[in-house]
Design a protein around this ligand. Structure first.
Ligand SMILES: *[C@@H]1O[C@H](CO)[C@@H](O)[C@H](O)[C@H]1NC(C)=O
Length: 414
């Protein structure tokens, strides 16, 4: 009607309204009267969350939903930002366990901390939720988070932990540029990083137990090591190197089990993130010289084509390394009938050193490596040995992610 009566005045007033609207949107001072938009968003989100049905999940719509366990955000700024790239458009939860007993406290100490955590999330510019919990041990806290974090159909399906090693933690927050002004950083109430020789809140046994718990609850597990070395201004030609074979079980080298496919998928998801789009994806295929390697390579190439993953394949002859493993196998103590029980004992330190060197030589100067993480042993007494093997295998490799996948994430069916 307006336009019929007077097109000029009508468009004039529309334009004026638009200008007002934009001015309010961009210049508006923060108000204290509450936002109707928040109420509307709440309504919509609740409605659609209820419609999101876990029973209708399908491998074709799988997405990484991360739960990153953080002990002190000061020492893992790089990792927090890295996982933000890795989660693509999935859910991302930062989990933290505070070692205290609520019984002995007058009030909930977490409420005061939430503020700092939310400010951290804003400053690091990551799209994450924060879940804090109180528990008497890190393992119990991690179990709580694994059981209940998430809402409705949105639940983390992958757990990320930093690696457990003797490296001294560094305060990445003080160095991180948006904070280096000093004043902002002081507002965050995180405790200083642990002294290298100080007491640790977690034992090796407990650490592997957390990994085992996560696997039992059917979560995929990522262990990230040496991420403080991931430089922010990246080299001109960064590489993402993938070793999709279980290096702790050299006698059963297979390339297409659930875990290696998951590993490949994670590398591929990272490759799709904006910051990593120009990286080269390299796949390392361990072969015996003289064996029918062409067949293996062709099969892998075919698989990559079906999965639409663009990666360069490198063949790595590793007979000399595997030989170290077999020598040990012939010793009587290693020849136990049940390989699964014997599992952590079945690779020697010599073999692990050689495998570590092989990785370093073959994929020198990558920006990041993805390695296969075998399942923790069933016998809890072997947990420290398992961790020691992982430590030897990934020592001095630079930023490395050990990946254990339990869910199928690729499908070639129509
Ligand atoms: C815990 O994380 C979920 C997302 O997984 C989030 O919706 C919820 O608000 C968080 N809880 C707290 C207390 O922050």
């Amino acid at each position: 009607m307006m336009f019929l009566i007077s097109p000029i005045y009508a468009s004039g007033s529309m334009a004026f309204m638009l200008v007002l609207l934009l001015a309010l949107h961009y210049l508006s001072p923060s108000s204290s009267w509450g936002y109707i938009s928040q109420a509307l968003i709440f309504h919509q989100v609740r409605k659609y969350l209820l419609m999101l049905d876990v029973r209708k999940e399908h491998v074709k719509f799988w997405r990484p939903q991360m739960l990153l366990m953080v002990q002190n955000p000061r020492s893992c700024v790089q990792l927090i930002r890295f996982v933000n790239d890795l989660k693509k458009s999935g859910l991302y939860v930062l989990g933290h366990v505070e070692l205290q007993e609520l019984d002995s406290l007058p009030s909930d100490p977490l409420q005061a901390q939430t503020e700092s955590w939310l400010r951290l999330v804003d400053k690091l510019n990551v799209k994450a939720f924060v879940n804090l919990t109180l528990a008497d041990s890190v393992r119990h806290g991690a179990q709580q988070l694994l059981f209940i974090s998430g809402l409705g159909g949105m639940r983390p399906n992958t757990v990320v932990l930093g690696f457990y090693d003797g490296a001294a933690p560094q305060d990445g927050l003080a160095q991180y540029s948006p904070f280096s002004g000093g004043r902002e950083e002081a507002q965050l109430s995180f405790p200083p990083v642990r002294e290298a020789s100080g007491p640790r809140p977690l034992s090796p046994q407990e650490y592997v137990a957390i990994v085992a718990d996560a696997v039992k609850m059917l979560r995929n597990v990522l262990l990230a090591r040496a991420f403080e070395q991931l430089e922010q201004p990246r080299p001109a030609a960064p590489c993402i190197d993938v070793w999709p074979v279980n290096l702790l079980r050299p006698d059963s080298a297979r390339y297409a089990d659930t875990c290696s496919l998951f590993l490949l998928q994670m590398a591929c998801v990272l490759h799709m993130a904006r910051a990593w789009r120009h990286a080269t994806l390299r796949l390392f295929l361990c072969v015996d010289t003289g064996a029918r390697t062409r067949g293996q390579e062709d099969k892998l190439r075919q698989l990559l084509k079906e999965l639409r993953i663009r990666a360069a394949i490198h063949l790595v002859p590793w007979d000399s390394v595997v030989a170290l493993h077999w020598q040990k196998q012939q010793e009587p103590w290693a020849a136990a009938p049940d390989a699964a029980v014997n599992f952590p004992a079945c690779v020697s330190e010599e073999y692990l050193h050689a495998a570590n060197r092989l990785i370093l030589e073959q994929s020198s100067a990558p920006t990041i490596r993805f390695l296969y993480l075998p399942r923790p042993p069933a016998d809890t007494a072997l947990y420290p040995a398992y961790l020691h093997q992982l430590d030897l295998l990934t020592r001095d490799l630079g930023p490395t992610v050990l990946v254990h996948g339990v869910s199928a994430v690729t499908s070639t069916e129509l």
